[in-house]
Design a protein around this ligand. Structure first.
Ligand code: XBP
Ligand code: MG
Length: 229
């Protein structure tokens, strides 16, 4: 029986990627760089998970050499810009998410997060949307900077499972992207997929089921998920 739901954050709980993209571009401008990640380019770059990894990939793709210390400084600036925007209320949760959270908690399900993004971004989004008590709602949080390998590697889901103290068969992952679905599947979890704007072309066929939106997410649906699918 499924009694834990592990949520991805970016794209799943909220459509954050456009704000990430704007924050990257503002950080580039602040550093005097003439880089501009437009929507089409960012869709490509999202194949690489993690902001630092994405910047490094971009530099190397254009023939440059990425200095890890520079990348870390640039990414810190991006995180400050991103959290500033999110704290100001730039990103709501996707429609249906709050209703599902309330219904799941009423049924005694445990909720967790397994995301590639880093802790300051998680704090900002969940505090600005759910309030200061968000940690009561999500007692277990796995973040990208807590593990060695980011999605599509299983590490962040394995971390969440360890902290939950649950086997994968008792949990389900909710994901929006191919990398996310592959990560959860590699950790042995069944996946409910809900595409986001930036993952509209992703192959999500490894998920047990794909929903049209988060409003279709119900507690009843969890009972119909085959733990091995
Ligand atoms: C989301 C990401 C993240 C964000 C940026 O992947 O890849 O990297 O784009 O976050 P997922 P940071 O939804 O599969 O977890 O800049 O904090 O790394
Ligand atoms: Mg995602």
């Amino acid at each position: 029986m499924i009694d834990c739901v592990i949520f991805d954050m970016d794209g799943t709980l909220a459509e954050t990627e456009e704000v990430h993209r704007i924050a990257f571009n503002r950080a580039f401008a602040d550093f005097g760089l003439d880089w501009n990640w437009d929507v089409a380019l960012y869709r490509q770059l999202l194949k690489v998970t993690g902001g630092k990894e994405r910047i490094t990939h971009f530099i190397e793709q254009t023939g440059g050499v990425a200095d890890p210390e520079f990348v870390a400084r640039l990414h810190r600036a991006k995180t400050d810009i991103y959290t500033g925007m999110v704290d100001a209320g730039a990103v709501p949760l996707r429609p249906g998410v709050v209703d599902f959270i309330e219904a799941a908690r009423a049924q005694g399900l445990t909720l967790a997060i397994a995301t590639t993004t880093s802790m300051p971004n998680i704090e900002s989004l969940l505090k600005s949307t759910l309030g200061a008590h968000w940690r009561d709602i999500f007692p277990v949080v796995g973040a990208g900077d807590m593990v060695e390998k980011k999605k599509p590697a299983p590490d962040v889901y394995e971390l969440a499972l360890r902290e939950l103290g649950k086997p994968a068969e008792q949990c389900v992952a909710i994901e929006d992207s191919r990398n996310g679905v592959l990560s959860a599947r590699a950790a042995g979890l069944p996946v409910i997929a809900v595409r986001s704007t930036y993952s509209s072309d992703d192959d999500l066929s490894a998920a047990a089921v794909e929903l049209p939106d988060c409003e279709a997410l119900t507690v009843d649906l969890l009972e119909r998920i085959n733990p091995r699918s």
